[in-house]
Design a protein around this ligand. Structure first.
Ligand SMILES: Cc1ncc(COP(=O)(O)O)c(C=O)c1O
Length: 348
């Protein structure tokens, strides 16, 4: 079996397990009062080059998004996001629950990225001050997008400038932000606060952590709300030191970027192989910027590839999503490519 369904299906990176093991000595104050959580705070400030950033460990990406957003919007607010964003398509309305009623509004744009003109048009069409309409209060961007595409730092800044004109705050869903930072080869600050982001959902689980994610608030008012909101939603865990140890290890000495760079590289190799099968009707449905590819292939070839042991997510009869992870090996790529090649050739 070759695992290409999701990076969520991968295991825990050995370096992260070692950090949990190292944290497992003696006792420590509960609920984040421990030294490892204090250390994580310093690590985050250093990695993001932001002296007052505040970090809140949580246990899932959905929790990070919905709590970060609920701390940024009033209950009558609207969160603007791309129409394909995870917060609007796949979180069961968690943001509405935690915010006490805020809604999500989809904005369009090619490659699953918000188009600045569409954002401006959406904001200009609002009946501001009319209580019959939810009032846009936050712009939520996703990096990389749910289709594996990335905004460059200046593209994020262009969108956050528009958001500021209309007094919106800005949230970044960074469930896979390491993959984007590795692909862009930029500073983490360049795609976050320096580009106008107020609060970040910092993913780690998909890239090797064990149910450990974090919210990073660059805005102190959002941080103050998070103090209470994380507690009330059950995310101030008693043994937080084990989450903090993971996220700190993840961000230290570039581990997060090494793991993400590895998965990006494996996907680039797989994509090169798939591109060589164009004459068999294999086509990339979206550009590939990180560790995720959307591919169209003949239905019979997909059935054959699945029967041969490739694990992938089937979007419909003839299209699939492939995701590599920190765990994907060069041999996995070779075997997957050979399996696809044999499947399309048999169907030709
Ligand atoms: C872009 C994005 N954001 C958020 C999430 C939510 O993460 P979780 O499944 O940990 O709640 C996911 C999960 O796949 C995701 O892909």
């Amino acid at each position: 079996m070759i695992e290409l369904r999701s990076d969520n299906a991968a295991g825990v990176a050995p370096e992260i397990l070692a950090a949990v093991d190292a944290a497992n000595t003696g006792s420590a104050l509960a609920y984040g009062g421990d030294e490892l959580t204090a250390h994580l705070q310093e690590v985050v400030r250093s990695v993001f080059e932001h002296p007052t950033a505040r970090v809140f460990p949580v246990t899932s990406g959905t929790a990070a998004n919905s709590l970060a957003l609920s701390a940024s919007t009033p209950p009558w607010g609207a969160v603007l996001c791309h129409e394909s964003a995870h917060i609007i398509t796949a979180e069961g309305g968690a943001t509405s629950l935690f915010s006490g009623g805020a809604v999500m509004r989809g904005v369009g744009g090619p490659h699953a990225l918000i188009e600045p003109d569409e954002l401006r048009a959406a904001l200009e069409s609002v009946r501001w001050g009319d209580p019959h309409e939810s009032q846009p209060s936050v712009l939520s961007l996703t990096l990389p997008s749910d289709y594996g595409t990335v905004y460059r730092p200046h593209e994020i800044a262009a969108l956050t400038d528009i958001a500021r004109e209309f007094e919106l705050r800005v949230h970044l869903d960074g469930a896979r932000i390491a993959n984007a930072v590795a692909a862009l080869d930029c500073a983490p600050a360049d795609v976050t606060w320096r580009a106008g982001v107020d609060v970040l959902s910092l993913g780690a689980t998909k890239n090797g952590a064990l149910s450990a994610e974090a919210i990073v608030a660059f805005d102190d008012r959002i941080a103050e709300e998070l103090v209470y909101r994380t507690k009330r939603s059950g995310h101030v865990t008693s043994k937080m030191r084990f989450q903090s140890a993971q996220v700190a290890a993840y961000l230290t000495d570039g581990l997060w970027l090494r793991l993400a760079g590895h998965s990006n590289q494996r996907m680039a190799e797989l994509v090169a192989e798939l591109e060589s099968l164009a004459s068999y009707g294999v086509r990339l449905a979206e550009r590939v910027d990180v560790n995720m590819a959307f591919v169209e292939l003949p239905a019979a070839a997909l059935d054959a590839a699945a029967d041969a042991g490739l694990l992938f997510y089937r979007m419909d009869e003839t299209s699939i999503r492939l995701v590599t992870s920190w765990q994907t090996t060069a041999d996995d790529v070779t075997t997957a490519a050979a399996t696809f090649r044999a499947a399309v050739a048999a169907d030709a």
